[in-house]
Design a protein around this ligand. Sequence first.
Ligand code: NAP
Length: 305
Amino acid sequence: MTLTGKTVVVLGATGQQGGAVAAALRAGGWGVRAVVRDPSGKRARSLSAVGVETVRGDLGDAESLRAAFSGAHGVFSVQPNAGQAGATLTNEDEVRFGAAVAEIAERSGVAHLVYSSAVTAGAPTGVAHLDTKSRIEARVRDLDIASTIIRPAAFMELLVTPGTGLDRGHLSFLMRPDQAMQFIAVRDIGRVVAAVFGSPERYIRRTLEIAGDSLTGDDLAGHLTQAAGRPISYSRLPATPSAQDQVIGRLEALVDDGRLAGHADLDALRAEFPFLLRFDRWLTGPGANLLDQALRASDTAIDPR
Ligand SMILES: NC(=O)c1ccc[n+]([C@@H]2O[C@H](COP(=O)([O-])OP(=O)(O)OC[C@H]3O[C@@H](n4cnc5c(N)ncnc54)[C@H](OP(=O)(O)O)[C@@H]3O)[C@@H](O)[C@H]2O)c1
């Protein structure tokens, strides 16, 4: 028996956001049912080891979602995105998956759906793999289901991806050295989602943009230098004319016009969610191992899409 007596189904629990959500819900006394493609895989087995129920399922298999959602109080919905490194799905797949989760949750009588979108959602960006989120949000709002939409800022984890050049003492990212962009620790997405499920009266029908820090390129260099104990410099990613770099150029334009830089009210968020980590605390806490790996990794190109 769980503390709340209620079960939340978590999609993507073997990944970053779903993993953080599963951990935070377990810590809060919820029953957690993870829909996994391979229950015998290493990540699924580590979920089982901490008391998460794992069920075989696939975002493209409606019957598996129906079975997983049966009797559940809540569903946490996140989809992979065609812009992620190594992704094999299309933008249409993401939209189809996100809509299917919401539609099946509605038909299954789920009491609360939390959909994880992105900070750029709401108006067209000109970047197809970002605009998928607006389309899924619209479907979620259209349905007769109590829902909360969260729009996480860029992940702090992205800044210490092995192969970003940190091992050579340099980081390149999307903003100019003097330009601020908001970031969030993946761990905190999980904690916010657990808080949302814990206070439905406060969060149903709301769209929350969430972030833990606002950082210029120079801030990144300062915090990384401090945490690494050796100098780390920063420059904006060059947008040269190859196909990927055209995307980088468009993403940088979205930082310049504020859409991707984020506009969450950090003071208000911190009052509501006091656990939200700033980058310096994240680097010496949950991010310390990732930083260590990035400092030791050999260099390949960063892919911030
Ligand atoms: N990076 C950022 O800064 C940022 C910011 C805001 C939003 N986002 C969004 O975050 C989302 C990705 O979240 P994430 O980083 O937590 O994901 P992730 O770590 O890449 O993990 C993806 C998860 O989805 C599961 N999955 C993939 N295909 C599936 C399928 N067909 N059926 C069932 N499960 C499937 C994977 O399971 P397996 O173990 O089976 O592969 C894994 O658990 C994207 O939509 C991205 O746009 C990213």
